[in-house]
Design a protein around this ligand. Structure first.
Ligand code: C5P
Length: 230
C-alpha cells in the first residue's frame, strides 16, 4: 500500500482565537471559531502525521486523538508554539493571535463609579510568533522544514487582497501563506470558505472553495507536496 503523504511527520497547528485579559472577568477577543485549525489538524492526522494542536479559544471541541495544549493569551500561545515547533517538521499558524493586549490586566474587576472618569484601555503590541518562528529557524539553521502562515483580509478588491497577501508572505518570511477573505459573517464561524495558497516563489496562487474540511485537505495536500521526500 502507498505511504500516506505525511507519514512519519510531526505537525504543529495553532488554532482558535487568543483572549487578552482586561481584568479577572473580561477580555479582548476575536471571532475565530477554531474550525479551520481543527479541520487542518484532522486532515493532517488523516494524512498520517503526528499532530500537536495548540488551541486558543475555540467554539468546537479539540479532536480527542491527538496531543492538545490549551492556551488563553498570545504570550501563552507563543510559549507553547515555540516549544512544540522545536521538534516539528511543519508548523501551521492558523490561530487568530491578538496583535495587541491590554498593557495591564487589573487584579480585580474594573468597577464603574459615577464619580470616576471613564476608563481608558492602553494596548501594547504582542510579539509576532510567526515571524519569530521564521527568524529562529534561520538563526539556528534548524527547525521546521515548512512554516505556514494565515492571512485574514477583509473586503477590498480581489487584486488588492492578493497583493497584501504576497506582501505579508514576504514580511513574515514563511514558506506558504493561506489567504482567507473574512468579514463579520463571512468565514469566521462558518462551515464553508475560500482559501488561496501563496508561496515564496511567486507561483500562480491556488484557490480552493468548499467546506472547511475540503479546503483543509487541499492545504494539507499542498504541504505534503512541498516537503522533501525522504
Ligand atoms: O499580521 P497578521 O495578524 O495579519 O498575520 C496573520 C498570521 O500571523 C497568522 O498566521 C497568525 O497566526 C500569525 N500571527 C502571529 N503572531 C501574532 C499575530 C499573528 O504568529 N502576534
Amino acid at each position: 500500500t502507498a505511504e500516506l503523504p505525511l507519514e512519519g511527520r510531526h505537525v504543529v497547528i495553532t488554532a482558535g482565537g487568543t483572549r487578552e485579559p482586561l481584568d479577572p472577568v473580561r477580555f479582548l477577543g476575536n471571532r475565530s471559531s477554531g474550525k479551520q485549525g481543527v479541520a487542518l489538524a484532522r486532515a493532517a492526522a488523516a494524512a498520517g502525521a503526528r499532530v500537536h494542536l495548540v488551541a486558543a479559544h475555540m467554539e468546537v471541541p479539540a479532536p480527542a486523538d491527538m496531543e492538545v495544549t490549551r492556551v488563553e493569551t498570545a504570550l501563552e500561545l507563543r510559549q507553547a508554539a515555540l516549544q512544540a515547533a522545536a521538534g516539528a517538521d511543519v508548523v501551521i499558524m492558523a490561530a487568530a493571535v491578538a496583535d495587541f493586549r491590554p498593557a495591564e490586566a487589573a487584579g480585580t474587576k474594573i468597577k464603574k463609579r459615577d464619580d470616576a472618569a471613564d476608563p481608558v484601555i492602553t494596548l501594547v503590541r504582542n510579539p509576532d510568533i510567526l515571524r519569530e518562528l521564521v527568524t529562529r529557524r534561520s538563526e539556528q539553521e534548524a527547525g521546521p522544514e515548512l512554516i505556514v502562515g494565515f492571512a485574514a483580509e477583509t473586503g477590498d478588491a480581489e487584486a488588492d487582497v492578493l497583493e497584501y497577501a504576497q506582501q505579508k508572505l514576504e514580511r513574515k518570511g514563511c514558506d506558504l501563506l493561506v489567504l482567507n477573505q473574512v468579514g463579520k459573517d463571512l468565514v469566521f464561524g462558518q462551515d464553508t470558505t475560500t482559501v488561496t495558497i501563496l508561496d515564496r516563489d511567486g507561483s500562480e496562487p491556488a484557490t480552493v472553495s468548499g467546506s472547511k474540511d475540503a479546503t483543509a485537505a487541499a492545504i494539507i495536500e499542498r504541504i505534503g507536496s512541498e516537503l522533501k521526500p525522504r
